[in-house]
Design a protein around this ligand. Structure first.
Ligand code: SF4
Ligand code: SF4
Length: 224
């Protein structure tokens, strides 16, 4: 899922300066699960933002809402109502949700209250870790289900850098070396031969960096 963190309150206060009626809108999917942008967090944020100490004059008027997915244009166009007089939306969605809302309600300003950080997995309650970079050509079948792009500090593709110490990464001793983990899991799976296999150079064109990537599925809103 997509993991995000609430921006510092001072940054949010300066972002909303000049707006008088603001809808603070949570998103009911990923950011709800990672406890940063759901309806509960939207209500907490409004409580914090309503404090007069943040303003020279009167605080703006806030309303609170939430919608299941801000990143789905059909959903927001059909179900998200914006009250008359709202002059900005402070969105607690990821960057995809903020941009979908901005397209759907153009020219209404949709402001990001969240820093979108990574694709993560929940390791234990309250802890998420980056595990995927959305590279577009998954290699997990060769790396024992451990992503060398997201979990190796150097995103090395063909084995370790050689700097690992006692199983820890040389870049950050607090994280395990991804290639150490790959090696030992492949060994447990009796698949160490995968490390010796020559693979063709990777085609990074699906990996982004050449404009926005898109996917079109036929039969789902598109002709067969
Ligand atoms: S190889 Fe690519 S798609 Fe697979 S987990 Fe890593 S970044 Fe994600
Ligand atoms: S020590 Fe391991 S995880 Fe760290 S950069 Fe080198 S190969 Fe990657």
């Amino acid at each position: 899922m997509i993991v995000g963190d609430l921006k510092p309150i001072d940054e949010i206060i300066s972002m909303i300066a000049g707006y008088r009626k603001i809808l603070v809108l949570g998103c009911g999917s990923c950011v709800t699960v990672c406890l940063s942008g759901g309806e509960r967090e939207a209500r907490q944020l409004v409580r914090e933002l309503s404090h007069p100490m943040h303003y020279v004059g009167d605080p703006p008027e806030f309303s609170v809402g939430s919608i299941l997915r801000q990143c789905e244009q059909d959903l927001v166009v059909s179900y998200q109502k914006i009250e008359p007089g709202v002059d900005a939306v402070l969105s607690l969605a990821c960057g995809a949700g903020v941009q979908t809302m901005a397209d759907a309600f153009e020219p209404l300003p949709i402001l990001p209250a969240i820093n979108t950080t990574f694709f993560g997995a929940s390791l234990k309650p309250g802890t998420w870790s980056e595990v995927c970079r959305g590279c577009g050509d998954c290699v997990l079948s060769h790396t024992a289900g451990i992503c060398p792009i997201a979990r190796c500090a150097k995103s090395l593709f063909n084995g370790p850098c050689g700097g690992s110490q006692n199983g820890a990464c040389e870049v950050d001793p607090n994280i395990p070396c991804a290639w150490m983990m790959i090696y030992y899991r492949l060994k447990m799976q009796n698949k160490l031969h995968l490390l010796d296999e020559l693979r063709p150079p990777r085609d990074w064109r699906n990996g982004g960096g050449a404009g926005p990537r898109s996917r079109i599925r036929t039969g789902v809103g598109n002709p067969q």
